[in-house]
Design a protein around this ligand. Sequence first.
Ligand code: S3P
Length: 423
Amino acid sequence: MRVAGTVRAPGDKSITHRALMLAALGRGVSHVGGALTSLDARSSARVLRQLGAEISPLRDGTVLTVTGRGRFRAPQRTLDCGNSGTTTRLLLGLLAGHRLRATLTGDASLRRRPMRRVTQPLAQMGARFEERGGDGLPLTVRGGRLRPLRHAMPVSSAQIKSALLLAGVVGEVAVDLLEPKGRSRDHTERMLQAFGYQVGERDGWIEFRPGGRIEPFDIQVPGDPSSAAFLVGTSILAEGGELRIAGVGLNPTRIGYLAVLQRMGARVSTDAADSSFGEPVADLIARPASLRGTEVTAGEIPGLIDEIPLLAVLASRGSGETIFRDVGELRVKESDRLSLIATNLRAVGGKAEVRGDDLHIEGVGLPPRGRVRTAADHRIAMAFAVLGTLPGARIAIDDMACAAVSFPGFPETLRRIRAGRSR
Ligand code: S3P
């Protein structure tokens, strides 16, 4: 199989959620170009409309218009966040500072995901929560006046961090946060700085100070480096050719996977560097490579948290062993990714094992063959679809439609780059 041509990754999921939320908070009309139109992005748009924002239909290739009212109004119905943890957790932070009552729910996967990591510190700030399903959804929030917060986070997580920073914005109070291991993605900090808020770092603590103001804005959302990773991975496994992925966001807190791939022997270069709304952007050029095993340290994990399924399938084709240290957080993603990566790799003839919170993968040479169970997790489906591009591979994936959670048209894009007829 060869790869060729130029493709665009879909808009960045994290930045799209944040842009929609901040635009809904501004008073007036904002424009969001290059927005992701996936199921997760639609979940954010749907609940923000229920909270009073007007958002034009999410269609590829159009610039979204978002009309915000300055504050949210009380929703008439339960807010259904679909499969999206980012929608839920960031919204909990925003709602904590609003004097209203709202109930949030989601699909079966999202209802199982832990929310106390966000609601406990928000409760310390003064918001009230009624749990209906233990540490998960459905959950009712009653927001109001907030107090400042100084909080050591239990895990390095951009969703927790952003929820608390956004509570600081709406409640106009100071928020100091400590991330335990490695720095999670910092899109929220960058956006808030663009609106005049002070967000700095002192002795390892992230310090947010009120004083800015969310005004209507225009943004061009870069391509999602996490979605681009699947195209990079396909190119690495190819037997020839070269693929250009245009306009990918290269925020340093998002591209830990490129450093790991380089250590493993891959050659991915960048070209046409630019920047958009405080975020670096460039084209990625990926080529085939033989990979060798590596150790991915605990401190590197937050910077490549979403790329572990893909890195794991690539490691299964490298020489020697790859170890991902301290990846217990994968158990509470859209699925129990830690166990699914290992069982699915074994199901297609690979060698993978979970030891404590570490994931060990041994490279193998035979073509991967077998059945993959995704538990409707988009990144598991896409990672194994990449593995399925190997010559001689025969992999049956139980649900490919779930890729639309973050990457609309993924199967078509994969076919296009393999045929070398990309656009
Ligand atoms: C995200 C943060 C990460 C990531 C998710 C998107 C965000 O989650 O896995 O896909 O946009 O803030 P955690 O913060 O829970 O690690």
